[in-house]
Design a protein around this ligand. Sequence first.
Ligand SMILES: [Zn+2]
Length: 416
Amino acid sequence: MNAERLLARFLQYVQIDTTASESTQAYPSSAGQWELGALLVRQLRELGLDDVQQDEHGLVWATIPATAAGDIPSIAFNAHLDTSPETSGKNVRPQVIRNYAGGDLALPGDPQQVIRVAENPALEALHGATLITTDGTTLLGSDDKAGLAVIVEAAAYLTEHAEIPHGPIRILFTCDEEIGRGVNHVDPEKLAATVCYTLDGSGAGEVDVETFSADLATVTVRGVNIHPSVAKGRMANAVRAAGAFLARLPHDRLAPEATDGRLGFIHPYHFDGGVGQAVIKLILRDFETAQLARHADLLSQLAANVEHAFPGVKVEVAITRQYRNMGDGLAREPRAVEYAEQAHRRLGIAARRTIVRGGTDGALLTEKGLPTPNLSTGQHNPHSRLEWACLEEMVLAARVLVELTQVWSVPPSSVH
Ligand SMILES: [Zn+2]
């Protein structure tokens, strides 16, 4: 694996602003995603891959042709082009720290921004490594440009080592993952793979095997507005009733501030309204899909409760399905995870099965019938000005992909 070449590509990718934008319905939502996608098309063509294409939605597709005959399942690797709108991704000035000597990392562009070892215990094991940070004024975008660079380096390595036997490998780079639109235009039939791996995980050696199951709740509180001077006995104030609804939500349990591990939550994240009508948006999350209905039931109880306390007010709860725990779908193709673990073992690493307190494009692909666990790529502190990445972990991720192609072409004789 060529670490310097991987690093050079990564630095090139992060300097293209691909911030996703929720304020447009355009797809992709930012011009930079077209620009980065076009760059990747050029690079993949230079490697000599087949079917290299940026489609009408900005998605990038390619195939590493098979080097071995026989009925070898096709596998796919995916990463996303966009970065989170939570922190600016414009004018990213990456800082490369060679031979990290330990200690906190002060970022040169903003003295307030310090990557502290106390908050980043992973740093303690990385003395001597090459780290990449921002200058403290933007995010880095290793989520998910680390994934892009890892996949391109693995593809380069495989094309340079035609003696490595493998089946057809599909590559897909998606847009607008960070705003939940990553697979809107992905047809699993077109990908034509038995399994897919998203390269969008943090650190090293992790295989994400579960995500939350997720619903959105929209609570509409309808009041009666009238001039305050003549309001006695006639006004029903939706702002007050909505406030009461929020106050009745549990906050010392079933809240993101109060839960971790496998515990789910109800999270009010947006409020908008006036006396006549107020709208509260909440996300419902749980690893146990059946619990989502119980969270929704709680909201309905609170709605009835508030209607009773505020005569004239009507409270309506509408639930929209978002995504489902990918563990449910991965159970139908156990090789997806077992072979990923086997690929790590071939490198002398014991992979950890981890769970994501969120969603991934893989959860949506898995729901569409394509089993898609998520793999580590060396990214850390995503969506933040304190984001950083580790080159050695990116190189390891690329080596895992090469080993994965081997496990899929010559499956282990017994898989438990
Ligand atoms: Zn990501």
